[in-house]
Design a protein around this ligand. Sequence first.
Ligand code: MGD
Ligand code: MGD
Ligand code: MO
Length: 763
Amino acid sequence: MANEYGNGALTPPEIKVPDVRHPKTAAGGVPAVWSSLKHAGRKMGLFRGVKTLLKVNKPGGFDCPGCAWPDPKHRALTEFCENGAKAVADESMKAGVDDAFFAAHSISELTGWSDHALNTAGRIAAPMIREPGATHYRAITWDEAFKVVGDALRALPDPNAALFYTSGRTSNEAAFMYQLMAREFGTNNMPDCSNMCHESSSVGLTEVIGIGKGTVTLEDFDHADTIFILGQNPGTNHPRMLTALQAAKRNGAVIVTINPLREAGLLRFKHPQELRGIVGSGTELTDLYLQVRINGDVAALQGIMKAMLEAEAADPGQVIDREFIETRTAGFEDFRAGIVARTWDALEQLSGLDKAAMVEAGAIAAKANRLIACWAMGLTQHKNGVANVQEVVNFLLLRGQIGRKGAGPCPVRGHSNVQGDRTVGITEKPSAAFLGALEKRFGFHPPSAHGLDTVHAIAAMDAGKASVFIGLGGNFLSATPDTEVTARAMSRCDLTVHISTKLNRSHLITGKTALILPCLGRTETDMQASGEQLVTVENSMGVVHASRGGNAPASPYLLSEPAIVAGIARAALPESALPWAEFVADYGLVRDAIEACIPGFDDYNARAVLPDGFELPNGPREGVFPTADGRAHFTVHTPPAHDLKPNEYLMMTIRTHDQYNTTVYGTDDRYRGIYGGRRVVLINSKDREEAGFAAGAKATLVSLFRGEERIAPDFLLVDYDIPRGSVATYFPEANVLVPLGHKADRSHTPASKSVVVTLRRSE
Ligand SMILES: Nc1nc2c(c(=O)[nH]1)N[C@H]1C(S)=C(S)[C@@H](COP(=O)(O)OP(=O)(O)OC[C@H]3O[C@@H](n4cnc5c(=O)[nH]c(N)nc54)[C@H](O)[C@@H]3O)O[C@H]1N2
Ligand SMILES: Nc1nc2c(c(=O)[nH]1)N[C@H]1C(S)=C(S)[C@@H](COP(=O)(O)OP(=O)(O)OC[C@H]3O[C@@H](n4cnc5c(=O)[nH]c(N)nc54)[C@H](O)[C@@H]3O)O[C@H]1N2
Ligand SMILES: [Mo]
């Protein structure tokens, strides 16, 4: 499927051949400290860098724009990690993307740059427009920019022809104003990065425990005696979690990891801020490592639970929590019958694990009194992502491990405010209660018909049904599946608008008219009419707290996200009676509105600035399940089977240690031992040999889906410790191979961790 841009424009081929060394067996230590300082020093200057990093995650400072892992209550001098430091340094770059930059580089020239090179150009300095047919962007004023957006929105025949995408760095205040604008405009078309991320967790958990969030707090890690980590690579993506895991280990907790790769960060951790982390050998983290095959988790969990049920049968009353099951749950008998019906042979084959390993994990879980199960994209981005999550809940319910101190489900969120954005109304499926509250507070009638999520938004643009795309943050083109289809879809739009901090590929593959609206980042001072503003965010564990930037803005022409949203609202809705200007002058008024519309935000302004913020209500955490019958539900799932033919593999697309989603900081994946390149496919050497490829050969990857072929050339084959039939590539290079129609049941999360591919010889 070629398009007018050709594959190269979407993901430029690599010049350099990656250098492959031994994967590491520990995370952190001196290399992590060195890497933080290198990024901070190079991008901010060492003095400003250190000064900025000392404010990360501190009361009065700003929330790290990295991941959503919560902050500990007893803060150390430094409260950031290597990859948080990279995120901060990246945002603190100089504003190199200005009028002169775009005059010197045409859009078509920039499409030939790598993602790393685009990011290295620095912060965006001023609003930019690409007019129909123009070869270059040029700077325009904010008033002109807002007029272009307002005119395009008002010209639409139907409000549902507009799409309002959000990425999860946006603050609660900006997100609430954004959804308010979209709904006053008349649509619930609010695709969100979480559609591609933890949507399977939100949908799965809501169905069975009544809330779409995890139930554990950071303190629960101090009490846990057992932690299961499934489909997550915290050493790279949530490095501060390693500190919590290390503390849990020192308290005697047992850790079981389920992952196709032996990730360094899960093997051993050397705390970079402890002397013993610098000179010692670190703390061993995982006690039992189950190298499951990709998408083998339902089978693995069923094997573990089968072992638990067999142990219970042998010694009744010792393993499962009968009382909890009888009084607090529903569906146990059907669930039990389903597990009993599975044969060990089938479970071994589908999980890729030996019975003995599943029995060992079952024995650990059978003894656990306070068990936390953590997971991330390795569970959610599959066709059966919702089932994966619900199987984890089954596993927890067996011994009543929800609503108890030191226990519970812990989906570890990605973007630093992705959970908060959802809480304050960024959703294509709003509840009637929320819409009613908006109507009561603001006096307009919000639309109730459900809107489009990410996958369906792409299809709508491609079909010409949606023609104005606005992105509040993010990099829609590169983050979404099926890059060539998405490129075609976006280029069919009349107008694409990106509210951004840094240049990315979505600015280059655009609608007929395109705007880049540059905004302040988390680290920067936000001065408005009533004085300096703070914003609020919610972390992965439901704690809401303030974030206040302290650096001078990268350019005098930047506006805050709330100011940009209000500017668009006033241009698109000139008759609006909503207090847009007042909101911008004082974000406290936005928080008052959130408090009036959403339960749990009582006394928001006062509580947001408490040193530890405040916790949102979470029924299941207290043992109360807000489901229709007030019970938690066991569910029955069939383990997925993949009928792979010779030279076919299940491919997962994962992150390297040197990127933040589509932002590529560098070309190394230090822990996995891959340096200087990203177009690699990690493969079991026996699979490579059977397919007839020499070590170090290159291959073309072809994805096979419903008779369609998608092609990505020039991937270096890297022999790796990975189960047979499973291969790994990096996101976003491999997104061209992820079919748009290949998505999770019910949550519609792109199944970007289970793409069937085959290897062809490179030309
Ligand atoms: N530095 C940095 N931090 C980040 C990000 C970043 O890009 N860079 N991204 C942020 C975001 S938005 C998110 S959502 C999170 C992502 O955090 P993760 O989910 O940890 O990120 P991925 O690289 O997608 O890694 C998925 C892990 O799941 C494993 N896996 C893949 N398929 C399967 C499977 O079928 N079963 C099992 N059991 N395991 C599997 C992979 O081997 C890998 O270890 O991180 C957040 N934090
Ligand atoms: N194949 C494959 N695809 C995936 C995934 C995968 O594992 N595999 N993971 C998915 C996941 S989990 C996610 S969350 C999505 C991520 O999807 P997105 O959130 O859309 O992508 P990001 O790369 O995080 O967005 C980066 C851009 O955000 C802008 N930005 C950064 N900070 C700010 C800010 O403070 N304000 C504003 N307005 N803009 C800012 C910058 O311009 C930067 O270029 O990708 C998904 N896509
Ligand atoms: Mo994510």
